[in-house]
Design a protein around this ligand. Sequence first.
Ligand code: AHG
Ligand code: MN
Ligand code: MN
Ligand code: MN
Length: 335
Amino acid sequence: VGVSSEKEEVRPSQFCGSILSKHSESRGDFTILLSNIVLGCKFVCSAVNKAGLAKLIGLAGETNVQGEEQKKLDVLSNEVFVKALVSSGRTCLLVSEEVEEAIFVPPSKHGKYIVVFDPLDGSSNIDCGVSIGTIFGIYMAKDKDNATLDDVLQPGNKMLAAGYCMYGSSCTFVISTGNGVNGFTLDPSLGEFILTHPNIKVPSKGKIYSVNEGNAKNWDEPTTKYVENCKFPQDGSSPKSLRYIGSMVADIHRTLLYGGMFMYPADLKSPNGKLRVLYEVFPMSYLMEQAGGQAFTGKERALDLVPSHIHDRSPVFLGSYDEIEHIKELYAACK
Ligand code: AHG
Ligand code: MN
Ligand code: MN
Ligand code: MN
């Protein structure tokens, strides 16, 4: 599908809103929820594009529950998504990286969906204009009028859908509703996301590894061995290239398209790694599996984790099928 080609006609079926429910019993709730998420992404994209002009770079002056200093765009993006999700009338419970407690939506706005989200991923890259993003995952509540934390403290394999929007050289929206992964690019002249990357499949092998090597001193043995092997392969193959942006959205987007390995492993200082289970590890693991790759924590399939708290963290290895098989073998050999 190439909307850049002059010959190619842009059909309605190529727009983001149209990939939605094929179920005859559906009443459009998911479509409305998703169109509000997409609206939030367009709003944040516009703010990111003019951040330097609109005095949106720099610190907001507060610290979040993770102990991180919030940037102005972290705060703005959080407000945008909370408002977009509550006003959709299709959610009952929200979890955001930037809000300490789960948000229970007022009864008058209740809907059956639960949304977990990282409103702005890659905050450290905002002020220098490097790609950043938004990550989200969607669950269904058992009873929309009596949602509890247990509805969200579920394994990632219970997610109905997950996705991200990358504010990069173009604005790209990637989503899975459990039937493969599709990528859409925002056409700024139309204000619509157009299907540009249908049915994304991650190559089964990859030539790139992606990790913050500044933490190498504190890594465990399997991680150290894996990275050593990327640089000095013993089987006669070429060394891998290192790419690390420091925005999970951008690092995962590249991994989905080119293959390879992205990891944020455990280390001595952070035994649970850095990335948060609900709104970073789970949505990206869901997408990676839906694209034919794998996601592993060092102990188990990432989507089988059951978080105990909404801001729990976990080590994670995400990427090409064969790369994850390799790291699994290294962990198995270390037991
Ligand atoms: P956030 O900006 O939402 O807090 O997430 C930051 C995360 C993630 O985007 C990235 O993969 C990781 O932090 C980078 O961490 P290091 O700076 O420790 O490499
Ligand atoms: Mn943060
Ligand atoms: Mn993040
Ligand atoms: Mn964030």
